[in-house]
Structure formats: C-alpha cells, structure tokens
Design a protein around this ligand. Structure first.
Ligand code: HEC
Ligand code: HEC
Ligand code: HEC
Ligand code: HEC
Length: 497
C-alpha cells in the first residue's frame, strides 16, 4: 500500500533520531537502553491504516450512535446525518459526495479528462469513504460522503471491540497501529487526519491542474475549522475555552505545515517521473502569481520579506504562524520545549531563494524538515495524552498580541510579509484568540479585528464572485499595516509588559 510506504519513508528519515531513542515502538528488536521511554519521534495517526472501511450505516443502530437525539451522546450518527437538519446545516462532510455531481465538478472532470467526477478515484479519495469491493456496501459508503471512517479510521478491525474493557485499556498508539483507529480525542492525531484531506498528502493532491480546472482553493486553519457557522459538531471538547482554542491553533499550525511539507517532499520526489510536475504551483501562495502587474502594483516594497524579487512564497499560509506556535507551545503543553526548526528554516531558504529550486535538494531537505516537525508533534501528542494541565491564564491574550505583531516587521516599519496569505493567516490567529477569550463584549478589540478582516475581504461586485483579492495594491497594504498596528496596540497587555 502506497500510503504506508510514505510512513516508512518518514520513519527512515528520522532513523538517526529513532536509532538513538531507546524505545522505538516500530522496531521491537531495538535494545532497551533506558527504563523510561522518551517521547517517540513520530506521531501516531498519520497516513492511511491498511484496513477496510465500513459504511456509516454500520454505526447507525439506535443502541450505538443513532439514538435520534441530535447533539446527545449516543446520537453521533443522528447529529451528523443530513436528514436531521434543515437544508444547509448538518455536518458539511455529508454533502462531499453530492457535490461531485454539481456543475463545477462536471466542468472540472471534463477539463481534466477523468470521466465522471463521482466515479474518479482522484476525487473520491477526499470526497467519500471507500469501503472496498462489494458493490452494494461500496455504493452505500461512497454516497454518504466523508463518513465516520474518514475521521475515526477504517472500522473493520475495531467495530466489534471498541466498547469493550480490553479496548479501553489499549493506549492510543496501540489503537492506531494495531487497529487503524484514529484517536481523535488527541488533537494532534485528529488534526493530522483532517489535514490529510484539507491540505493533502502523497496520495491525495489538489495540485494546480485541479485548481486551474476549477477546484475551490483548499486552505486549512484548525481553529477556524472547528468554529464554522452551521457546523454542528457531534462531540463536546474535553477541555474548556480558552485552552481548547489555544491548543487547536498551535497544533493546527504544526500539523498543517507538516502535511504541506510532506506534500512538497512527495512532489519533489516524483519530479523526474513521467507524471511528475515541477515546480508545482499549488505549493506556492496563489496571489503571488495571480496579481496585477505594473509600477503602481509593486507590493514587495511594503514588506520586509527576504524573498528574491519574483520568487513566489512557499506555503506562506502554513509557514506564517509557525514561529509563534514554537514560542508558545510550552505554555499550551508544559514540558514541551520550543524547537529551533533548523531544518525547516533551511527548507524555507531553499524554496524561496530561486524560482525553480532543485527538486533533489528539496526532496532531501523536506524529508529532514518533516522528521523535525514529526518529532515536535510527537512531543505535543504525548503531552496531550498525559493530560496537559490548564493553560496559564492570559496565554490567549498574549498570543493575540504576538500574532498581531507577527504581521509587522521586527522594527515595526513595514509589514513582515506583503503576501495576502501571510496577513490572512495572522488575522485568523487573532480571530481564534478573540473567540477563545470570550469574543465580544469580553474583548475591547473587536473593532480593530474587523477592520483587518474587511481589508482582506475579496471584493464584492454585484453579479460576480471573486476568488482572489484583485484590488490588493499598495493602498490596501498601507491600510492593512495601519490596522494591524491598531490591533497590536489594542491587544497589548495593560499594566506595561
Ligand atoms: C476524507 C477527507 C476529509 C477529512 C478527513 C476531513 N474533511 Fe473536512 N471536508 C472534506 C471535504 C471534501 C469538504 C467539502 C464538503 C463540501 O462542501 O461538499 C470538507 C468540508 C469541511 C468543512 C466546511 C468547509 C467550508 O468551507 O464550509 C469544515 C469546517 C471541515 N471540513 C472541517 C474538518 C475537520 C475539523 C476535520 C478533522 C476533524 C475534517 N474536516 C476532516 C474532506 C475531509
Ligand atoms: C486532497 C483532497 C481533495 C481532492 C483530491 C479533491 N477535493 Fe474537492 N474539496 C476538498 C476539500 C477539503 C474541499 C472543501 C474546501 C473548503 O471549503 O475548505 C473541497 C471542495 C470541493 C468542491 C466545492 C464544494 C462546495 O460545497 O461548494 C467541489 C465542487 C469539489 N471539491 C470537487 C472536486 C472534484 C471534482 C475533485 C476531483 C477532480 C476533487 N474535488 C478532488 C478536497 C479535495
Ligand atoms: C470530520 C471528521 C469526523 C467525522 C466525519 C465523524 N467524526 Fe466523530 N468525532 C470527530 C471528532 C474530531 C471528535 C472529537 C474527539 C473524540 O472524541 O474522538 C469526534 C467524536 C466522536 C464520538 C465521541 C463523542 C463524545 O462525546 O465523546 C463518537 C461516538 C463519534 N465521533 C462517532 C462518529 C460517528 C458514528 C460518525 C459517523 C456518523 C462520526 N463520528 C463522523 C470527527 C469526526
Ligand atoms: C507560479 C505561478 C502561479 C501560482 C503560484 C499559482 N498559479 Fe494559478 N495559474 C498560473 C498560470 C500561469 C495559469 C494559466 C493562466 C492562463 O491559462 O491564462 C494559472 C491558471 C489558474 C487558474 C485558471 C484561470 C483561468 O482563467 O483559466 C486558476 C483558477 C488558478 N490558476 C488558481 C490558482 C490557485 C488557487 C493557486 C494557489 C493554490 C494558484 N493558481 C497558484 C500561475 C500560477
């Protein structure tokens, strides 16, 4: 199975680290050098488990998850299922298969020459759960869209056991490695799994061919994705606010970047294969290419970015917040130290110093960066499993200020990065902290936050829909700088700090 090979590559990449770690769970022959096992070097829950999926109807018995009382424990299927909601609510994932019949999908399938979208593996991999060969159950599970197994793991091996006492005694890692169950209660495992579709992986790639054929842009921000209006969740988070949101934002930054970096690795490794594409435009910030040209439109001067002129930013969306996540991860998860991200920084430099970086060098460096991010994620994951203590009071407020400052250069004279993705990513981070700290009226900086959002909005023109900020020029950038300064000042800790 290809996805499992991917995991193997990652494990090999961190082989040096793993060989030095006494209790390598993937290699029982490894001598046990020390009694206390350090945190493993790779998180559990990444990639695809080699077991068969079941249709969501297998979970729908009244005594299991189909209790019929929307929002209640034991009614998870009832809550997720579309028939429980008036049109437009429900879990967004239940329409993922149906959209493959809409006009956008039909047009895309034609442009890409892949037959019908709802039969194409390329689309089904992210828009449905495939239960395998039996045509009847397969049709059922596909038509359900992104069903239970997409987030909880293929159920074939655990569906009969997952309520037993023996099951409950298993560790999260055992549940994943032996049974393919995704322990979604652990934010790291959960978010890495969301990112498999919302960012992509070696086997599921929304590349620029798909975008140019009409696929909407996929961007993932874990905190925002947990608070979509109308997304009625079938669970209650175990930790209360603001802890949940602080952790979801930090873990989300790392998990999304890890997934994007691994996607880069797989694209770079395939570069010289017949179906390889290099460089792959979808790994860069869209609006670095899709923008106005001309003297008045030169935007680079508004920021302190070190990218060479004309070089598009690599995964700016996911890279923007990573330094703040590193700085604050110890506050969210006591005992987890801030990584220096040496390999990631080397990769960023490699990607942004030349328009078409050498694919072999990128493959090598992204492998190292994935291993580095994996070790960090494994540490966060283990901390969460140990039951992290409450996040110190005031952390969300400090984070809001740190993220607002992150939009500006160190000396405050310019923007840190003029790319729309960088500014949008900083905005979303501040918005998450606004929500975490009680929203309005608990916070006095709602106005400043909204001003930034309004600057970032795509232009609304009657009768047309725009998927890009075509009015994004020096004026907009100057406004954004001013409004981020206001946001920074409004979120500054009172009492001097
Ligand atoms: C198997 C792939 C897959 C996985 C795993 C997955 N999603 Fe999705 N998600 C999708 C697809 C496809 C859509 C688009 C559905 C549509 O609009 O038809 C979507 C839509 C959404 C939306 C609505 C987005 C919008 O713009 O309205 C949210 C929110 C969301 N997902 C959150 C999550 C979260 C949180 C997780 C992890 C707990 C997750 N997803 C896991 C595939 C996936
Ligand atoms: C890597 C996973 C992935 C693949 C592969 C993929 N999609 Fe998607 N698709 C998504 C996600 C995630 C969303 C939701 C984006 C969001 O709202 O954030 C989405 C959204 C869409 C939408 C918009 C849905 C809506 O509610 O308006 C359409 C249409 C669509 N995809 C069609 C396709 C087609 C056709 C293919 C195959 C050619 C395909 N997708 C392949 C992940 C994927
Ligand atoms: C988009 C991802 C996603 C899909 C699809 C999904 N779940 Fe969940 N589910 C989650 C997350 C995230 C949690 C919260 C963490 C946890 O408790 O595992 C959760 C929690 C649960 C829980 C625990 C609830 C609690 O209160 O502790 C059950 C049971 C459950 N899901 C069953 C289902 C069933 C049955 C389906 C299919 C009808 C389903 N889930 C589909 C993501 C998903
Ligand atoms: C390195 C430059 C570059 C980057 C980065 C880039 N694109 Fe493109 N894009 C192009 C070029 C070149 C075309 C072809 C334009 C044409 O055919 O007229 C194109 C075409 C498109 C089209 C079709 C437009 C049309 O009118 O036919 C869409 C949609 C699109 N890109 C979306 C995206 C999205 C979304 C992203 C980010 C995920 C992105 N692009 C990133 C260069 C880029």
């Amino acid at each position: 199975m290809r996805p499992f090979l991917v995991i193997a590559v990652v494990v090999c990449a961190s082989a040096l680290g793993a060989a030095l770690s006494p209790a390598n769970p993937r290699n029982p022959q490894e001598p046990q050098l020390a009694p206390a096992a350090p945190d493993p070097q790779t998180p559990y829950g990444v990639g695809k488990a080699p077991f068969a999926h079941r249709a969501a109807t297998s979970c729908a018995a009244a005594s299991c998850h189909g209790g019929g009382q929307v929002g209640k424990v034991g009614s998870e299927h009832s809550t997720w299922a579309p028939e429980a909601f008036p049109e437009g609510q429900g879990d967004p994932h239940t329409k993922a298969y149906r959209v493959l019949f809409n006009n956008v999908s039909v047009r895309m399938a034609k442009a890409l020459n892949i037959g019908e979208a709802h039969k194409a593996a390329l689309c089904l991999k992210c828009h449905a759960v495939d239960s395998g060969k039996d045509p009847e159950t397969r049709d059922q599970s596909l038509s359900e869209g992104v069903g239970c197994g997409a987030c909880h793991g293929p159920a074939d091996k655990w569906i009969g056991d997952h309520y037993s006492a023996e099951w409950k005694a298993l560790s999260n890692r055992e549940k994943w490695e032996k049974y393919g169950f995704v322990p979604a209660g652990n934010l790291v495992a959960r978010t890495l799994n969301c990112a498999g579709c919302h960012v992509g992986d070696a086997d599921r790639d929304v590349n620029h061919d798909l975008y140019a054929a009409g696929h909407p842009r996929i961007t993932f921000e874990a905190a925002a994705f947990h608070h979509q209006p109308g997304y009625r969740k079938h669970w209650t988070e175990k930790t209360p606010q603001p802890d949940f949101e602080v952790r979801a934002w930090i873990v989300g930054q790392v998990a999304a970047l890890r997934s994007a970096t691994d996607l880069l690795r797989s694209r770079a490794e395939k570069a010289d294969k017949p179906d390889g594409i290099w460089p792959e435009f979808a790994g860069y910030s869209c609006y670095s290419c899709h923008q106005k040209i001309g003297e008045g439109a030169i935007r680079g001067e508004a920021s302190a970015t070190t990218r060479a002129p004309g070089v598009p930013g690599w995964e700016v969306w996911s890279n923007t917040g990573i330094g703040i996540a590193a700085e604050y991860c110890g506050a969210a998860y006591p005992g987890v130290s801030s990584p220096d991200l040496k390999e990631l920084k080397a990769l960023q430099k490699l990607m942004e110093s030349k328009r078409a970086p050498n694919a072999k060098a990128v493959a090598t460096q992204s492998t190292k960066a994935v291993a580095e991010l994996d070790a960090w994620l494994a540490g966060l994951q283990a901390a969460e499993d140990r039951g992290a203590k409450p996040v110190p009071k005031g952390t969300a407020e400090k984070l809001a200020n740190a993220i607002a400052r992150n939009a500006l250069s160190k000396d405050g004279a310019k923007l840190a990065d003029h790319d729309w993705d960088a500014l949008a990513s900083n905005y979303l981070g501040c918005a998450a902290m606004f929500h975490a700290t009680g929203g309005a009226p608990a916070n006095k900086w709602g106005k400043e936050l909204d001003a930034v959002r309004d600057n970032l909005r795509f232009p609304a023109v009657k009768g047309a829909r725009f998927d890009s900020p075509f009015d994004y020029d020096r004026n907009k950038l100057d406004l954004l700088k001013k409004n981020f300064e206001r946001l920074r000042d409004a979120t500054a800790p009172t009492g001097g700090n």
